[in-house]
Design a protein around this ligand. Structure first.
Ligand code: PMP
Length: 395
């Protein structure tokens, strides 16, 4: 695609976000926290709620039957979105988001299998949603007298997982590798496809895809993970949506514990619409667009000595061929506190995230400012942000 047609493509997509077009003075730079919703997603929800809202899997009348069908179709839609090569063999379970999904995999699937001497690999610099559940099931096992050990995932100097060192850490008692596809602070693609080679054929892998779905193409065919969990609200669906995709090959069939109750039907409808929208927009183009904007920001920050950018250093060099930040750039000012910087930027309409980003215990200890991008963001927004940051450079 030429630059010109890419710009036209982006402008047409940006125009589909009502909250963005209604607020021309605002640059929404917090899509990693939650994504804004394009009009077709909102329309799909409204059409459903005003046309055939009913409960699922309980009905004897058309609205209820159609709702049941919509939930089933949403499962197939997700499998197709993920390029599932064996859709008959995978399960799709709707949850409220990645936090609930990861906890369900840990509690409902892994915990009953854990025995004395077992080990779980956990990535301590990742999001707490992918750390706490594994700590919790290990603690539960210990409480009943089974020693279950958490093995820290090794990282390399570029904040990637160190697959070579990981291979050395694995033993016949490793029962799970809990990993993340795109890091929510550093923005790097963690190259999770290398984990399977390191793990060998037998160890289950659970992947937190909260920051990759909708941001870059995700194919379960290439990943050979057993579980992939994400938040629909970060992928342009409604809040309170998310899913566990489970392949069920290494160990028993995954079944969420407890009585499921009424599903979030409107949320599930919104997820189908969001996946349709993302596919039509082209996730590969979205990835290219947000990567370029991120590179523009990191490039400009590299020239401002008042700021420190977190994450992989090599990707910051002007001539770097390593540009792996997937639309997430996190930094701090050398003297202005990150919360203060967040307020200063918000006053000028730059909506960023400024805190510790729920990062795990061995990650960055202090707060920072995270700019996270999506397809509605523009070069103009980045340049205005850089101007504002430059004006604060010597503060
Ligand atoms: N994992 C990652 C990598 C995340 O960025 C987030 C949200 N910040 C979560 C998990 C948790 O997602 P949710 O709050 O939607 O459950």
């Amino acid at each position: 695609m030429t630059d010109h047609s890419l710009t036209t493509w982006q402008r047409e997509l940006r125009a589909q976000f009502p909250i963005i077009t209604a607020n021309p003075g605002v640059a929404y730079l917090d899509s990693a926290a939650t994504a804004q919703k394009p009009q077709p997603v909102l329309d799909a929800v409204m059409t459903y709620l005003t046309g055939e809202n009913a409960n699922a899997a309980r009905g004897t009348y058309p609205w209820a039957n159609r709702t049941t069908t919509r939930v089933e179709q949403a499962r197939d839609r997700l499998r197709a979105f993920l390029g599932d090569p064996e859709p008959d063999r995978s399960g799709v379970h709707f949850v409220s988001g990645a936090t609930e999904g990861l906890r369900a995999v840990a509690r409902d699937w892994l915990a009953p299998q854990l025995r004395d001497g077992d080990e779980i690999v956990v990535a301590h610099a990742d999001h707490q949603a992918n750390i706490l559940p594994w700590q919790e099931v290990a603690a539960l096992a210990r409480a009943r007298g089974d020693r279950v050990t958490l093995i820290p995932m090794p990282y390399d100097a570029a904040h990637d997982y160190d697959a070579g060192r990981l291979a050395d850490l694995l033993t016949p008692r490793t029962r799970m590798i809990a990993a993340t596809h795109v890091h929510h602070v550093y923005g790097n693609d963690m190259h999770v496809s290398r984990l399977r080679a390191a793990a060998g054929p037998g160890v289950p892998i659970c992947l937190d895809a909260a920051q990759s779905i909708g941001h870059l193409p995700v194919s379960v065919a290439g990943l050979d993970a057993d579980f992939l969990v994400f938040s629909g609200h970060k992928a342009m669906a409604l809040p309170g949506t998310g899913a566990i995709w489970a392949r069920n090959r290494r160990g028993p069939l995954f079944r969420p514990g407890g009585w499921p109750g009424t599903p979030n039907t409107a949320g599930i409808v919104s997820l189908t619409a969001a996946l349709d929208w993302l596919d039509a927009a082209g996730v590969d183009r979205i990835a290219a667009w947000t990567r370029d904007l991120g590179a523009r920001l990191t490039g400009a920050l590299a020239g401002l000595n008042g700021y420190e950018v977190l994450g992989c250093r090599t990707s910051l060099a002007a001539d770097s061929t390593v540009q792996r930040r997937q639309g997430i750039v996190t930094f701090r000012h050398r003297t202005i506190g990150s919360h203060d910087l967040g307020f200063i930027l918000a006053a000028d309409g730059f909506l960023v995230r400024a805190d510790g980003h729920c990062q795990g215990e061995q990650g960055e200890k202090t707060t920072s400012v995270r700019v996270s991008l999506h397809v509605h963001n523009t070069v103009g927004e980045i340049d205005r942000l850089v101007d504002r940051l430059a004006a604060l450079n010597d503060a």
